[in-house]
Design a protein around this ligand. Sequence first.
Ligand code: HC0
Ligand code: SF4
Length: 526
Amino acid sequence: KIPIKINDIPCVAREGMNILEAAAEENIYIPRLCGNESLPPVSKCGICIVKLGDGTTVRACSTQVKEGMEIFTNDLTLFDESKKIFVDYSPEILDGKSSTIDVLFTHFRPEHDRGKSVQKTETQSIVFDFSLCIKCNCCFRACIDLQGIGALNENDHTVNVEDCISCGACVTFCPTTAMREKREIPKLLHAFSVGKIVAIQFAPAVRVSLAELFGKPVGTICTGKMISAARKMGFRYVFDTTFGADLTVYEEANEFLTREKRPMFTSCCPGFVNFIERYHPDLIPYLTTTKSPMAITGAVIKNHFAMKMCLKNIFVVFVGPCTAKKDEICRHQIMNDVDCALTTREFGEMIENYEIDWDSLNDKEEFDTVAGEGWTVEFGASGGVATGVMKYLCAKYNVPYEVVFENVPLMTGLKETTITIDGKELKFAICSGISTAANLIDTELYLTYDFIEVMSCPLGCVNGGGQPKISKYAQIHNRSKAIRNIFKNANKTVLDNSAMEYVYTDYLGDPGVGLAHKLLHTSFQE
Ligand code: HC0
Ligand code: SF4
């Protein structure tokens, strides 16, 4: 234990802590741009300067605490010094919704504008705008240190399109708007303007994060308000992607039972599919061919629902927590399923632009349905897909569902469990984060499993690259908890959902064959 003083208040730090961490433990906020507790410190932006008892100024992120250290974070001369560092940045480059930036800009006023934005590189999902970059290196570090990908050039941060998997981690960690999603709002407004019938579907994770953009606590559930906002904007039908998730469980579980190539990897995370196609194409035959819930919901709306309601010209919009979904909808194999993919942030921006008052939205509004409610909202958090499939299998074979996932030693982000179905032991794994998946594949440990769920973003879609920007995992857990609270049918399986029975009997036939195979399965780029 190391006794120190911050702003004349005695406190205790621990060996190895830097000043930023010691202050955070005492709930003392030190403004910074490049400092982020989920990434290693780099001491780039220079904003986190503090004064020591001897009058010297140091960067809090890269200075370790020492016994008896006196630290001042509130000295007015610090603001002038930071301002000198900061003067080159204009407010338009900074993400105005970030509390860090709000705090900074109450003290620092930029003195000149840096001119018009110039787009430098872009993929199907993300855009990097060099003119808005403050060279903090957060995007680079998120891509290489957190995701283990390394698709950004260190010197100019341009994106290597061939290497990028579109996960959006670089966007989450960018403290400005230099790294951002490729906006698709104009595409949507065009559809409205030419008189298309516009339907919208919401991914599971949006309902536990959208409210954050309107000042509500992380993990606030806002399903009704989200639906109500969409109706106010003029969306004719508002669907729930969980309906497609229930169908994904049906198809994926049945595919698993008949598969020779094991393990079967999930393929509903488009970042992971990109990763396999770019870095391990030999594993493509191990991916489930079942489409993602987004694509399945789109396919059922455009075929079954449109036919039933005699609708022509239907335009389907997906709102999700993910930047890679923008990339997924451009795949030629599923190109007709979904026309436009927005992030949670873009949908929040639309609510603001339509001047919709969040607090007065109806929180009891309900989804339209194709054939009945979807249940599997748990897809939105890591483990949801594997759990859905296992519950289905246990119910089908009359095995009690008593599953507990255990952490795999020395493999951060990997959990495993075993169930016995029809006399056979089946090993399931949940892989949270693309760097864990890379490890699993490199060590060939994946060959010991029968079924592996992979989500590219650590903790799953709740932590997607299109979500309101927060990087503290402790807070993101609140979103996962909220997902579990919504999941009111936790003890049931999709086999109990009468909507599924209806849609298979009335329309699709049997899982995995005929129309179900044609509409609900896909292929990948060899
Ligand atoms: Fe996800 Fe999905 S769970 S990928 O994170 O499987 O985006 O929320 O919509 O498709 O359901 C994202 C979230 C989805 C899909 C679902 C899956
Ligand atoms: Fe790297 Fe993901 Fe950003 Fe692509 S989207 S540059 S893979 S962090």
